[in-house]
Design a protein around this ligand. Structure first.
Ligand SMILES: Cc1ncc(COP(=O)(O)O)c(C=O)c1O
Length: 374
């Protein structure tokens, strides 16, 4: 097999109106967060996911931080969340003195196992955080039902789910408050960036205030509450507006990528492929994840090392929250085990999944995977 140039795990596609809109920012001097693209991006993005309000921020992590603060989650409150996720989901919960309460993953979709949520509810539970992972949404119905019956707030992390829906309703439209990331590996990107969306007027107002240091109209440098500077710049928003124009095209390109990989990799001994669909959604393959069977004598780290040797860039799956050294040292999850998430983190990784990936590159990637597993 001839060796192509290194195939990176993710690359943005920026050949629409990005340059034109960025030039408008530069020509007009609107480069800070005070600029027309910010409001436009908020309006157009929130409409795309069917929400009344959008609050643009500088990344997806701080979108979650502000959401937690805006919901009034504080010391002693419990938040139920998946262990198999990114550290961004848990940071503000821990910092504000609330308690993250974990559930394991569903072995087929890799999302939080919704059947484990109810048993974790106590009198201190304040919210559920649902995080859609890799390409398939969480099974939202039971989560909405549990939240409603127990009077819990729902935070939806849709960072990876642009363009995806659940039973035809957009991801990002389910939480009391929902968040997105526009990091450069996301379906639509602003380089760095994030958005909080909600239908709740008061929550939107609080998030907008927290984003902007809680400056008060009329008494600018007098503060009743501590906020952050989480503002998105007009430059980032200009990129976002251009990217959003192509969201449907990008989503169908990702779906075509996923279908092609599944074709090329089907029947590979020792490899478990992502589900193409569930009863409520078609996989959007934000990334194409694979999981090594127990019969394979090496783990994901070794597989990625061998694939890198064949110019195939890969990334590991998440490392579960209950095994994070920084959280273990706080004694948050002593003695807890979540076997599905632990296995996913040891045996799962994702392969080059750019919107820009070519058919030849996918053939090379699939060939390399077959080779290491032969
Ligand atoms: C599920 C999830 N939540 C939150 C984030 C954080 O987003 P950001 O990198 O924009 O801070 C990410 C980033 O990849 C993510 O995958």
């Amino acid at each position: 097999m001839s060796q192509p140039a290194f195939i990176s795990v993710s690359e943005p596609l920026l050949d629409g109106n990005e340059k034109k809109y960025l030039a408008q920012c530069i020509d007009t001097g609107w480069i800070s967060s005070e600029g027309p693209f910010v409001k436009r991006f908020e309006r157009e993005f929130s409409a795309q996911v069917g929400r009344k309000h959008g609050v643009a921020v500088c990344n997806g992590t701080v979108a979650i931080d502000a959401a937690i603060e805006a919901l009034g989650i504080g010391p002693g409150d419990e938040v139920i969340m998946p262990t198999f996720t990114i550290i961004s989901c848990i940071g503000q919960i821990v910092r504000c003195g609330a308690i993250p309460v974990l559930v394991d993953s569903d072995p087929t979709t890799w999302n939080m196992d919704v059947t484990q949520i109810e048993a974790r509810i106590t009198s201190r539970t304040k919210a559920i955080m649902m995080v859609h992972i890799f390409g398939l949404p969480v099974d939202v119905g039971p989560v909405l039902d549990i939240a409603r019956r127990h009077g819990l707030r729902l935070i939806e992390d849709a960072a990876q789910m642009h363009g995806q829906s659940h039973n035809g309703r957009p991801c990002g439209s389910f939480g009391d408050i929902s968040t997105f990331s526009f990091y450069s590996n996301k379906l639509i990107t602003t380089g760095e960036g994030g958005m909080i969306v909600t239908n709740d007027d008061a929550l939107a107002e609080t998030c907008a205030s927290l984003r902007n240091l809680c400056f008060q109209p009329g008494r600018r440098f007098v503060h009743e509450r501590l906020g952050w500077n989480l503002r998105m710049t007009n430059l980032q928003a200009a990129m976002g507006v251009a990217q959003l124009e192509r969201i449907d095209e990008f989503a169908s390109r990702k779906r075509a990528m996923g279908a092609r990989y599944s074709e090329l990799l089907s029947g590979t001994e020792g490899l478990n492929l992502p589900l193409s669909r569930t009863s409520y959604a078609e996989n959007i393959y934000w990334v194409y994840g694979v999981v090594l069977d127990d019969s394979v004598e090496f783990d994901a780290a070794e597989a990625m090392r061998r694939l890198a040797g064949m110019n195939v860039g890969c990334r590991p799956f998440f490392h579960p929250m209950h095994q994070q050294p920084v959280l273990e040292r706080l004694g948050l999850f002593d003695g807890q085990t979540y076997p599905v998430a632990e296995r996913l983190s040891q045996r799962g990784f994702y392969i080059p999944s750019s919107i820009t990936i070519t058919s030849e590159q996918m053939v090379h990637v699939a060939g390399a995977i077959r080779k290491i597993l032969a």
